[in-house]
Design a protein around this ligand. Sequence first.
Ligand code: KIV
Length: 317
Amino acid sequence: MIPRPRQGAIAFSFLCLLIITPLNAAPMSTTFQLDTSTSRANPTPKPMRRLTVPRVRARKKDGVTEEPLVMLTAYTARQAQLLDAHCDLLLVGDSLGQVIYGLPSTIPVTLEMMANHGAAVVRGSYHSVVVVDMPFGSYEGSKEQAFESASYLLKQTGAAAVKLEGGEAMAETVEFLNSRGIPVMGHVGLTPQAVNVLGGYAARGRSDSEADKIVSDAVALDKAGAFAIVIEGVVEPIAIETTKAVSVPTIGIGASAQCDGQVLVTEDMLGMFERVPRFVKRYDDIAGMIDKTVATYAEEVRSRSFPSEEQTYQPKS
Ligand code: KIV
């Protein structure tokens, strides 16, 4: 017999659906069971008070960040549950285009993809500030377009902030969003959404003009009210200069340990991919572990040793 949910649980789920439906026009299905004591998806980490954007911003005082900020990407509820207690920020990055959807770049990523994954990550976390990337084409047209897209993302996901790419060109938009209740994380240096302009993913800041632009972009974002700035793929001296030039925390990826925090794509640092950019440290070999485990499973299925008695139901005697 397949175990069935209790009547009470069904009634509770139905009640939740009734309550949630008017807030979210399209309720999303979840494979998690609802924990009726906490109303959170199971299994849950120990509840903690969620960090806030002002507290993240305040970690850099008078140009000094005593304890660097820890950020990782997260795209799913379960991944968020596993990362949450260790991180200050979870970034629902548009890198999900390549990592989850197998797309060639972040260009085809849509607002709906970001909204769906952002909502899952918020459901799976208690502690970290969740930041959702604004995808290419959803904010560059005008500050009003940016507000419409960013407010949609915050409403759909429950995230606390958005991230967008670009410096001086985006400063007016950042100011517009921030003054209307939407905290913004900036992103300078190698900005993957601009791959067609940049011509690839090489490190930035090697020429004087590139270096000056990275620093002035970050300063413009700082003045516009960004609460933190990602510095990606920038030669170390320029990453350090940029970090010193701004009052808000910088978060490095392929930048410098002197940044005010660090971010990596979680799948990269866990070793889900054999080939990773030079700046990634592979902390483990999850791809190898999956390969070995699945080979064992396949062998056991083929030899009929799985399922064994332990994993099969027998009639009650
Ligand atoms: O999309 C992403 O994952 C990012 C990080 C690499 C900073 O923007």
